[in-house]
Design a protein around this ligand. Sequence first.
Ligand SMILES: Nc1nc2c(c(=O)[nH]1)N[C@H]1C(S)=C(S)[C@@H](COP(=O)(O)O)O[C@H]1N2
Ligand SMILES: [Mo]
Length: 246
Amino acid sequence: MSRLVFERKPVVTVIERRLFLRQTLSLGALTLLTGCDISDNDSVQNVLKAMSWWNDRAQAFLFGHQTPVPTYAENDVVKDFRYNAFFPAADAPKLSAADYRLELSGLIANKRPWTVDQIYALPQESQITRHVCVEGWSMIGKWSGPRLSDFLQRVGADLSAKYVGFQCADGYYGSIDMPSALHPQTIMAVKFADEILPAKYGYPFKVRIPTKLGFKNPKWVTAIFVTNRYPGGFWEDRGYNWFSGS
Ligand SMILES: Nc1nc2c(c(=O)[nH]1)N[C@H]1C(S)=C(S)[C@@H](COP(=O)(O)O)O[C@H]1N2
Ligand SMILES: [Mo]
């Protein structure tokens, strides 16, 4: 334990010092801070490990929550976007609009379940952003859908609560802090590359949170809840850093 902390301290100290100067660090800015290519597995892994060692509160305080991540041009969008989950694409849940209901619970005034059509009827945002996976790859994609903040307001969620949690059809689950849920670039992505979200990418929607690592972007979401009690997450409960973003 002490050996690990000793070894990683210099990296964290450097990042912290730069942060006080810049007051912001996006995932894209990792490149600037570390002088490493974000597509270089080993360097990214090392930096992410160092960041993980850092505590969640310090990150939340230093980063400032409403800072937008960079967006890209249509030309930058990757044609064959990579699939990832803890199982192969062939086993991806195949949800049907006819049966699907988004369940709501916790600190939400109107817990009436939502159909796919109701979600589609909300005003939609488009974004071309970089998805960064903790496994060491990143890709630029285009996602569209309602802002999570619009949805939470619409259902009367307690916006002063600490956490928004998600449950997924594959047994995956996750949670984010309320400021990240209200970030303008956090959307319920119902489309990928201008098409209805394909099954493997999370139909009917994936919560696209470009300020956070890929694993904090739950697919096949079947339930949303609002709570003050720390809900954890599938990978977080297996040791990944909960904040994992900006
Ligand atoms: N329900 C669910 N959501 C999930 C995962 C998962 O296994 N199950 N994997 C996460 C990880 S690690 C990544 S990198 C992204 C991959 O999303 P993509 O298939 O759209 O590239 O989904 C995230 N959301
Ligand atoms: Mo990931």
